[in-house]
Write a protein that binds this ligand. Structure first.
Ligand SMILES: [Zn+2]
Ligand SMILES: [Zn+2]
Length: 178
């Protein structure tokens, strides 16, 4: 549907079709709704043009149904479908919570319960390091294995170098005798 510049807030629901996919990770939410108006291709958010302004559709939907968004809160899409305008799929959360729930490598790592080798990332096995302001959660067991491996590799390398040096010396000695 073409979006009229003269839309008023009452026109908002004309752009909504209740036929979207059911979120695989949270089927209990029920189906997403489809926004037939503008969708930003790079970010994936739906926009509603109203009174000459371009408004984020999920924010409008939230405010129409649930009331004003507190100034310190952001809207988190529980369905992870940024273009979805279904108010029951949103929650107003702090910026920090929104980031932690997101899909950034940091957030994904933060939610991990196990390391890639299946060891628990909790209790004494969880090792938290902060580097350049970024928190890193590491598996103590794997880190120990890794450092053992490094030590072994290093001693193998030193041994190889020593043998090489000895061989070179022997060559040098036998070469000199000729
Ligand atoms: Zn949704
Ligand atoms: Zn591990």
């Amino acid at each position: 549907m073409a979006q009229g510049k003269r839309n008023s807030l009452e026109d908002f629901w004309k752009y909504v079709v209740k036929d979207g996919p059911i979120p695989a990770h949270k089927p209990e939410l029920g189906c997403c709704w489809t926004w037939t108006g503008t969708i930003d291709k790079s970010q994936g958010y739906a926009y509603f043009s109203c009174a000459g302004e371009r408004l984020a559709a999920h924010r409008v939907a939230y405010e129409l149904v649930k009331g004003p968004i507190p100034p310190d809160k952001q809207i988190d899409h529980l369905c992870r479908n940024r273009a979805c305008p279904r108010p029951s799929h949103f929650e107003a959360v702090t910026r920090r919570v929104n980031i932690l729930r997101g899909e950034s490598p940091f957030a994904v790592n933060r939610r991990k319960k196990k390391c890639i080798n299946g060891h628990p990332l909790s209790g004494r096995n969880l090792q938290i390091r902060v580097r350049e302001g970024q928190e890193r959660r590491q598996c103590r067991k794997c880190m120990r294995e890794l450092s053992k491996k490094h030590i072994r590799l290093r001693s193998e390398m030193l041994r190889a170098r020593r043998l090489e040096r000895e061989a070179a010396l022997e060559r040098g000695v036998s070469g000199g005798e000729k």
